[in-house]
Every structure is written in structure tokens, then in C-alpha cells.
Design a protein around this ligand. Sequence first.
Ligand code: ZN
Length: 256
Amino acid sequence: MKAQLIILGCGNSVGVPRIDGYWGKCKKNNKKNIRSRCSALISKGSNFVLIDTSPDIKNQFNNNNIKKLSSIIFTHEHADQTNGLFEIRPFFWKNNKKINIYGNLKTINHLKKRFDYCFKSASGYPAIIQSNIIKKKFSLGKNTEKISFRTFQAKHGYTKTTIYVFEKLAYISDCNDLSIVNIKLLKNLRYLVLDCLRIIRNPVHFNLDDALYIHRHLKPKKTILTNLHSTLDYNLLLKLLPKNVIPAYDGLKVNL
Ligand SMILES: [Zn+2]
């Protein structure tokens, strides 16, 4: 059975436009410049695995007509990857069972602190989340719907981010340094979804030069740039990219 990835959001931590209506260099008349915060959904049959719960998650599900959720994998603990966790309650009500989430120890500990009410029943509100610490290899789903993951820790400023590799795709939305990753294991990819915050350098994210260097080095069939800042207009960025590198946009579907 074939899997699909939907880029639900490809914006930086404040998205485009920002809450104050600021669009930066992005042209308002191009829908591909409307960027919600980074998250993505992997589907394989009826197995729906969400990557991160952005603050925009409710609209992202509705905009893409997604009605199912099987489990959630987290890249790291930052607010733009996690603040939508509260929104997933309707899937607990629908399935009548706790939703399994997966992440590294630091991310899970942060989530337990910030969303304590999701993990522990209190005042008549049941716990809705079951936490799991990720392993280097694990799988989600059954039989032909099973998705197998490999995970790697990489640097994202002062913290670490989990890179997920599945179905010949690597998802690296927030990262500035792959030096602690065994790079051989990121070769032979069909797709690389890669952090590219902006053109100028940033201490916790890859910039355009970094992203293109990594693309040339890893040689995936296609690289999709994400976590895009309002200084990167879709059409202008596209013109700067080689043929097999594209900017992401919200709602982009990738058949795996
Ligand atoms: Zn981050």
C-alpha cells in the first residue's frame, strides 16, 4: 500500500502572514505564500500519523479534509511544534482511547509539564494522551498499513530535534547542524523535507545556502524546503532553486 505525506504547514514560528498582518516580502496574491506553522501528516490506508501539533492544527486538518488521527510523532518541544496538542481531543472522543504520542525524552517531559491535564485525569476530565519515548527504529500501524521509522537526533540551536526517516523520505523541519548524524543513513532518499528559514544566516536553522549544500551532498531525488520565513516569497525563491528543489506550500501532497 502506498503512503502519502501532506505538508500541513510550512511557515516559520509566526507563519505568513503574521498575527499583525505583516507579509514581509511575500506577495499577498499568491496562495502558496499563506504559510501556517510546520506540521505534516503521513497517511497509509487508514493509518494517519501526524508530525507535530502546530498552533494551526485545527485549521490544517479542516483545510485538508482530514478526519482521522492514529498517532502523533514529535520532532522537538518548541511551541510552534507542540501548542496545538490540546486541539486533538475530538479524536480521543471519536476513538474512545488514548492517543499515542512519540518523541524524545526531553520533548515528552516538556509536553507532560505544559499539558499535564492531557496526561493525567483530573476533575472529571480523562487523560487523553499516552506518551512513548522513540527508539532508533519503530513502526506504527498494522499489516499493509504499517509505516516503519528510523530516527536520528540532530542539533537545533541549544536543543535537539528528531529527524524521522520513513518510506524513503526524511523530515527535517527545524535544524542547523547534521554533524552528529550518520549522514550515510540519509543517502538514497526520494524526498528530503528540509529546514530553510531564510537567506541570511540563523543560529538555530539552516538558511538557503545550507539547505542547497545539504541537497548537493545527500542527493535526494527531490528536496522540499520548509519552515519558510516571510522574507522568502514563493515565486522569487523558486527562481533561485535548482530543478529538483522546490519550496513547500501548505497542502502540498507527496506520494511516497
Ligand atoms: Zn524549533
